[in-house]
Design a binder for this molecule. Structure first.
Ligand SMILES: [Zn+2]
Length: 300
């Protein structure tokens, strides 16, 4: 199971979103920062990270690495930034430049005369120092902060997470159609991984779980989600997914079906709807992973 992370807002300690963390969350136990003991309100923190998605922080939920660097830009001298050694075989998900202090220059990139063809994940960036248009203020060396979020190679080999990365990126780009198309796929893959695992190890499980596994493999995405997953959770004494998550999944499924059957989504599908679908999908993927790991630990 991959480990995403988030930070305690009280002491900034990095919290690993591992099996134990998610198990506590799904079992509705109190979660505390292991350093300062502050209570962690996971749902609040996830929503918060989706509200500030413009700074890329929400990529850490999927296990991406973040980096804050600084540099100095000089008047009339483009700065060449090579991040290939940082991201190696991984994928750049987010980059931003911000000027700090009083140098008066603004760091920008330009995208040539065919901007739509510019590869957005280039690991060589050329940063141009610009003056504010209309300003006659003197400019000089200017400090800049550079924020990078990237997915290390190991995440790209985790197929459901790769789809989640695509969804997160489409959300960032306000491309809701792509976001919806890629968002249900990781759940379907998790369903198949779980049920193939159950099928392969059928005889190790109690009889009622064996029966439900045989039934489950013959059914559709929705029936698996709505009927069989709660049954499996019940057998394991795990609480079912929250109603809020289930209704987010329902909304996602409705939009996805409209897209593949009618080529469109609801006209009034909003930013908040997109966020609700994305959070529901992200948490459901974790839920399947916890169930799978739990089954593995209990029955082996
Ligand atoms: Zn803390």
């Amino acid at each position: 199971m991959f480990n995403g992370s988030m930070h305690c807002r009280n002491c900034n300690n990095k919290l690993s979103l591992n099996f134990d963390f998610y198990k506590k969350y799904f079992e509705k136990h109190e979660i505390r920062c292991d350093l300062c003991q502050e209570i962690i309100d996971f749902e609040y923190e996830v929503k918060f990270l989706f509200d500030i998605y413009g700074s890329g922080h929400y990529y850490q939920l999927l296990g991406c690495n973040g980096l804050l660097n600084n540099a100095v830009i000089l008047p009339n001298q483009p700065l060449r930034l090579d991040i290939s050694e940082v991201i190696e075989q991984g994928r750049l998900m987010y980059i931003s430049y911000t000027c700090v202090g009083t140098g008066g220059l603004v760091p920008v990139e330009h995208f040539g005369n065919e901007p739509m063809r510019y590869p957005r994940d280039n690991s060589i960036r050329i940063i141009y120092p610009c003056k504010f248009i209309g300003s006659d203020r003197a400019v000089g060396p200017t400090n800049i902060n550079i924020i990078i979020w990237y997915a290390p190679k190991i995440l790209l080999e985790d197929i459901p997470i790769m789809f989640m990365l695509d969804s997160f990126q489409s959300f960032y780009e306000n491309n809701y159609r792509n976001m919806i198309l890629t968002m249900q796929t990781p759940i379907e893959i998790e369903q198949n991984i779980l049920f193939n695992y159950l099928k392969t190890n059928l005889l190790s499980f109690p009889q009622d779980m064996q029966n439900m596994t045989v039934e489950f493999t013959k059914t559709s995405y929705s029936k698996r989600q709505l009927s069989y997953l709660p049954l499996i959770s019940k057998t394991l004494n795990m609480p079912s997914l929250d109603n809020a998550i289930s209704s987010g999944l329902e909304l996602l499924n409705k939009q996805r079906n409209m897209l593949v059957h009618e080529g469109r989504i609801d006209n009034n599908f909003s930013f908040d709807n997109a966020k609700e679908c994305l959070i529901s999908s992200f948490i459901t993927v974790q839920y399947y992973r916890v169930i799978r790991e739990y089954i593995f630990r209990v029955f082996h």
